[in-house]
Design a protein around this ligand. Structure first.
Ligand code: ES4
Ligand code: ZN
Length: 320
């Protein structure tokens, strides 16, 4: 039997980890209309980045209570542990909590409780990164950042931004990131997924991030690649997400190995696994099979992710 490669995930949106069956069940319980959210096979229906974000927002809206979020989080982490994941950072969203009508403290408390249960039963360690959503605008972002720093627990280790990269300027969100940095949170930001290398450069110029969510389109700019390598910026690469969203026309075209070979620190994550018909285990497997990488090379992605994790050194020492 082949040994399961230990995996570390740095980029997964908690509502984006909800299996369609769970969303259908909760929608029925709370009498929420989810017509059009699913395709004939029962999976999430979307056809481009904009409709993906809309589907995500709708699926997120069926989670209402702390227990709903505890159950979602425990289920996701346990499934991850069974694929060999030893540590996961999940993105949470004060704006999605607000839109769902749940108090942020209850939302965070539920997610944290789900992590506690999964660690107790399966040993997987979870940490939390609140995110602002770019498509909700700079004013919502500053409010969400204040909410996030006002209510924290020991699992909250970072802060970031997701959402529609085509909207606004990244500098519009610098004040929200400053609130989080002031509270001691480490920063990451989605860039270079829907937009190109210029978006990654603008993000590095505007926000003191240690990591970039995606960042894969840096491959289009050699100067930027050198900068990422020199500044040791870590990319949270989500190849299955990129292929599903059409950023790349198939796995063989994905730049993950070329980025790594340019000296850039690269990790592997699943992003919104059921939306993209993937899991972190599948993402690791597809990278290994597509590019015929050794187990040692796969383990190097995990080691890079441990080094880049936002948790304390004591936790990292246990993971190594
Ligand atoms: C997202 Cl893949 C992706 N990109 C940007 N924002 C997001 N929110 C959830 N998944
Ligand atoms: Zn993402």
């Amino acid at each position: 039997m082949t040994r399961t490669i230990p995996k570390v995930e740095l980029h997964c949106h908690i509502e984006g980890a909800a299996l369609p069956d769970l969303v259908r069940r909760l929608a029925a319980r709370y009498h929420i209309d989810v017509g059009g959210l699913f395709d004939a096979d029962g999976g999430y229906r979307w056809h481009d980045f904009t409709s993906f974000l809309e589907a995500y927002d709708r699926a997120a809206s069926v989670f209402k209570t702390a227990e709903d979020f505890a159950d979602l989080t425990e289920t996701y982490l346990v499934a991850s542990a069974l694929e060999g994941v030893i540590y996961t950072e999940v993105f949470i969203s004060p704006d999605h909590a607000r839109r769902s009508g749940i108090a942020y403290a209850d939302y965070l408390g539920g997610i944290s409780e789900g992590m506690r249960r999964a660690e107790e039963s399966h040993g997987i360690v979870g940490r939390i990164i609140p995110l602002i959503e770019r498509h909700f605008g700079p004013e919502a972002a500053i409010k969400a950042a204040k909410t996030a720093v006002h209510t924290m627990d020991e699992r909250v280790v970072g802060f970031g931004m997701a959402g529609d990269e085509r909207l606004y300027e990244v500098t519009d969100f610098a004040p929200a990131f400053a609130v989080a940095a002031e509270a001691g949170l480490k920063l990451t930001c989605h860039a270079g997924e829907v937009c190109g290398a210029e978006s990654v450069r603008a993000t590095l110029d505007a926000i003191p991030v240690r990591r970039i969510g995606h960042g894969v389109r840096a491959i289009e700019d050699a100067d930027l690649m050198r900068r990422l390598a020199d500044e040791e910026i870590v990319l949270e690469v989500c190849p299955g997400s990129n292929v599903a969203l059409g950023v790349y026309a198939g796995w063989p075209r994905h730049p993950i190995v070329r980025l790594r070979d340019a000296g850039i620190k690269v990790t592997i994550s699943s992003d919104d696994p059921p939306f993209f018909h993937t899991t972190v285990g599948r993402d690791y497997r597809m990278v290994q099979d597509t590019f015929t990488l050794s187990d040692r090379e796969m383990l190097a992605f995990t080691q890079t992710a441990i080094d880049a994790a936002f948790c304390d050194e004591t936790v990292k020492t246990r993971l190594r």
